[in-house]
Design a protein around this ligand. Structure first.
Ligand SMILES: Nc1ncnc2c1ncn2[C@@H]1O[C@H](COP(=O)(O)OP(=O)(O)OP(=O)(O)O)[C@@H](O)[C@H]1O
Ligand SMILES: [Mg+2]
Length: 244
């Protein structure tokens, strides 16, 4: 409500002691991190460090064995993915996971199913203004789009769930540097719309260019964290990357 500032609102997303894996294999060994309200945070790590596993566990696609995940103070660990989405968490998966024969418009409708019709229409209008290239291609099958356009569809589909926190798994994969820039530019717009972001990224320069805070993950553990400026000047980051 106007005027009544909430007392200690806390972070948008808080992950504490997250342990998760696949079958008998433990991949995340007690990961903790926070994303502040209206902040962009990045999880940096080399191939196989555990970034995708972390984002999937937060999105409810993988049930954590231990630990807590809070979205604006609400414990969401162990909930089914659609309930996590309904709680306000959007997920742009690794590799985009689009349906090649479905159109751009179909993808937006899929994302919008969780949200009430008036809000859905409002979100759709706002997204098409934000991604004019998608507005021009509403009836085009996703499989016929360029890589950058496909990434925008994946982001727009996640935004149609009306998230307050958006997880993005390496949106730069397979895109030319110029296209990456245009995708990343749209991410900085999200902040203006009150969406906090947790980005997983392999590229140090790219990840740090976007983020307020950075967490470096290695072998399923957060080994360094700090402001983007602190991390970019920390030589141990390079050691972590080159030491593999
Ligand atoms: N389905 C699976 N079965 C077995 N091992 C898996 C599976 N998925 C991931 N792993 C292992 O878990 C570890 C972390 O993988 P993850 O995909 O989370 O890494 P990542 O940081 O996202 O890597 P990349 O940058 O290549 O996407 C790796 O050692 C990987 O081999
Ligand atoms: Mg990955």
């Amino acid at each position: 409500m106007m005027g009544a500032a909430p007392h200690n609102p806390g972070p948008a997303l808080r992950v504490e002691g997250l342990v998760a894996g696949i079958g008998p294999l433990t991949i995340l060994h007690g990961v903790s991190l926070e994303v502040g309200v209206n902040e962009v945070a990045v999880v940096l790590g080399a191939n196989g460090a555990g970034k995708t596993t972390l984002l999937r566990a937060v999105a409810g696609l993988l049930t954590p064995r231990e630990g807590r995940i809070q979205l604006f103070g609400d414990a969401i660990q162990g909930r089914a993915p659609h309930l996590v989405a309904r709680a306000g968490l959007g997920h742009v998966p690794s590799g985009r996971e689009l349906f090649p024969r479905l159109t751009v418009g179909d993808h937006l409708d899929l994302g919008g199913r969780l949200c009430a019709p008036p809000r859905r229409a409002e979100l759709r209008d706002r997204l098409l203004a934000m991604f004019p290239v998608l507005a021009e291609r509403l009836r085009q099958p996703a499989g016929t789009l360029s890589g950058g356009e496909q990434q925008m569809v994946a982001i727009a589909r996640a935004l149609m769930t009306d998230p307050r926190v958006l997880l993005l798994d390496e949106p730069s994969t397979g895109l030319a540097p110029k296209i990456v820039l245009s995708v990343f530019k749209t991410l900085s717009k999200l902040r203006e719309h009150g969406v906090s972001v947790l980005l997983a990224e392999q590229s140090l320069t790219l990840g740090l260019s976007m983020a307020d805070h950075a967490f470096v993950i290695d072998h399923g553990r957060i080994v360094l964290s700090g402001t983007a400026a602190e991390i970019s000047s920390d030589r141990r980051v390079v050691d972590t990357y080159l030491g593999r």
